[in-house]
Write a protein that binds this ligand. Structure first.
Ligand SMILES: O=P(O)(O)OC[C@H]1O[C@H](O[C@H]2O[C@H](CO)[C@@H](O)[C@H](O)[C@H]2O)[C@H](O)[C@@H](O)[C@@H]1O
Length: 365
C-alpha cells in the first residue's frame, strides 16, 4: 500500500500520528460526488428530506453504489490514482510505533466480524472464519480482553466465532454479553448483559416479515433478521433492480418513524433510532472492564464498514488507542491505520500475541 500520509505529533502520547485526510479525495462514482454521510454516523441515509420521490430514490441508489467497492474501479480515476489517495499508513508497517504508544497501558481489542475476521462472500450464512483465524483470536484473547462487535445478531456471530472467552456485541452493539462466569476477565462475577433496544423487538420482527414479503419477487434480495435490527442485502441483486430493494425498504420505513436506516457493504440496515451504536458499545465494554475513566487503557478497534466509523470516532475523541480500517480502497474514515484484508488482520493479531509474549518474557528476566 502506498503511504501518502501526513504525520503530525500527538501531544498526548508524544509519538507521531498519521493525519487522515477527510475531504478532497473524490473516491465516489461520478453520480455520487461525495459520501452520503460523514464518517461517524454509521452511514445513515436521509430518508425524509429533499427532492421528490424519484429524486430521493436516485440518491439512495447513488448511495448504494458508493457502498460498493467494485464501482470505485469504474469511476473516472484509474486504480493507481485511487491508490495514491490512500492516506492511512499500514498498521503492519507501523507496528512498532503502535506498540510504543501502548507502553504501560492495558490493550483492549475490539474486532468487527464480516470483512474483518471473515472474507466478504455472497451468502451471509456462509461467511465462515478460517480455523487459523479462530486459533489466532483465541490466542489474542489469552493476552488481552477481546470483544467481537458486529451488525449480526449475537447468537449468529457466536456460531461463527465459537470462542466462549470473548465479549460479544451483536446487532451493532445493541446486544452485549460478556464471557461466562469464571473467565479470565470476569473476576467471578455474572456475565455483563446490555440490551438497550429490547422494547423494539416486536417492531423489528414485524419489519422483518414485511421486508421479506416486499422483496420476495426481487431475485437475489435477502433479508436477515439480526434481532435488534434487520439487514436487507442487495449484493446478489442485479443493479437495475436495486431500486426495487430501495423502494421496499423506503415504503416500510415510512410506517416506522422510530426506526432509521444505515448502510453497510451492499446492505441496507434498519435499526432503532436510539442513540446507540458500535461506539457506544465500545464505551460500555470499556466501562464493564473497569476502564471507564482510566488513562492507562489502549483500545484497538479493527473494522471494515461504515458502521465501524462510530467506534473509530469514539477512540479519536477519547484520544485513546487507535482505529484500524480494513480496506484495499480509499475511504473517508476516522481510523488511524489500515490493514488490507482479513488475512492481514490475522497476521497483525498474531504479531500482537508474539509481542505480548516477548514483553512477558522480558519482564521476567
Ligand atoms: O458488523 P459486521 O460484523 O461487519 O456485520 C455487518 C453485516 O455483515 C454481514 O453482511 C456483510 O457480509 C456478508 C458476508 O460476507 C455479505 O454477503 C454482505 O454483502 C455484507 O454486507 C451480515 O450479513 C449483516 O447482517 C451485517 O449487518
Amino acid at each position: 500500500m502506498t503511504n501518502q500520509n501526513v504525520v503530525v505529533p500527538d501531544t498526548k502520547s508524544g509519538i507521531n500520528l498519521p493525519m487522515v485526510r477527510l475531504s478532497g479525495s473524490s473516491i465516489f462514482p461520478a453520480t455520487a460526488q461525495k459520501p452520503p454521510t460523514a464518517p461517524g454516523t454509521g452511514g445513515n441515509l436521509e430518508i425524509n428530506g429533499g427532492g421528490g420521490g424519484g429524486a430521493r430514490i436516485n440518491s439512495w441508489i447513488d448511495s448504494m453504489r458508493a457502498s460498493s467497492p467494485t464501482h470505485m474501479k469504474s469511476s473516472s480515476q484509474s486504480l493507481s490514482q485511487q491508490q495514491q489517495q490512500i492516506t492511512l499508513p499500514s498498521a503492519m508497517d507501523n507496528f512498532d510505533q503502535i506498540m510504543e504508544a501502548s507502553r504501560g497501558k492495558q490493550i483492549v481489542m475490539f474486532l468487527d466480524y464480516d470483512g474483518t475476521l471473515s472474507p466478504i462472500v455472497d451468502d451471509p450464512d456462509r461467511a465462515f472464519m478460517s480455523k487459523k483465524m479462530r486459533t489466532t483470536v483465541r490466542r489474542l484473547a489469552r493476552c488481552f480482553p477481546t470483544a467481537i462487535v458486529s451488525g449480526r445478531c449475537r447468537d449468529k456471530v457466536y456460531k461463527f466465532v465459537r470462542l466462549a472467552e470473548l465479549y460479544y456485541a451483536g446487532s451493532h452493539g445493541m446486544d452485549i454479553k460478556g464471557p461466562e462466569k469464571g473467565s479470565k476477565y470476569t473476576k467471578g462475577t455474572e456475565p455483563v448483559i446490555c440490551q438497550p433496544a429490547s422494547e423494539f423487538l416486536p417492531m423489528i420482527d414485524e419489519v422483518f416479515k414485511e421486508l421479506v414479503a416486499k422483496t420476495k419477487l426481487t431475485p437475489g434480495a435477502k433479508v436477515e433478521n439480526n434481532k435488534f435490527c434487520v439487514s436487507v442485502h442487495f449484493r446478489c441483486v442485479e443493479e437495475k433492480k436495486w431500486s426495487e430493494v430501495a423502494e421496499a425498504v423506503k415504503s416500510v420505513l415510512k410506517k416506522y418513524p422510530k426506526l432509521r436506516l444505515s448502510q453497510g457493504r451492499k446492505v441496507l440496515e434498519i435499526r432503532p433510532t436510539i442513540k446507540w451504536d458500535k461506539g457506544k458499545a465500545l464505551e460500555f465494554l470499556l466501562e464493564s472492564l473497569g476502564f471507564a475513566n482510566c488513562t492507562d487503557v489502549f483500545p484497538v478497534y479493527i473494522g471494515d464498514d461504515r458502521t465501524d466509523e462510530d467506534a473509530f470516532k469514539v477512540l479519536k475523541e477519547r484520544e485513546q488507542g487507535f482505529g484500524i480500517l480494513v480496506s484495499k480502497v480509499p475511504k473517508e474514515t476516522n481510523a488511524s491505520y489500515s490493514l488490507q484484508e482479513p488475512t492481514q488482520v490475522m497476521d497483525f493479531l498474531q504479531r500482537l500475541v508474539d509481542w505480548k509474549k516477548l514483553a512477558f518474557q522480558e519482564s521476567r528476566m
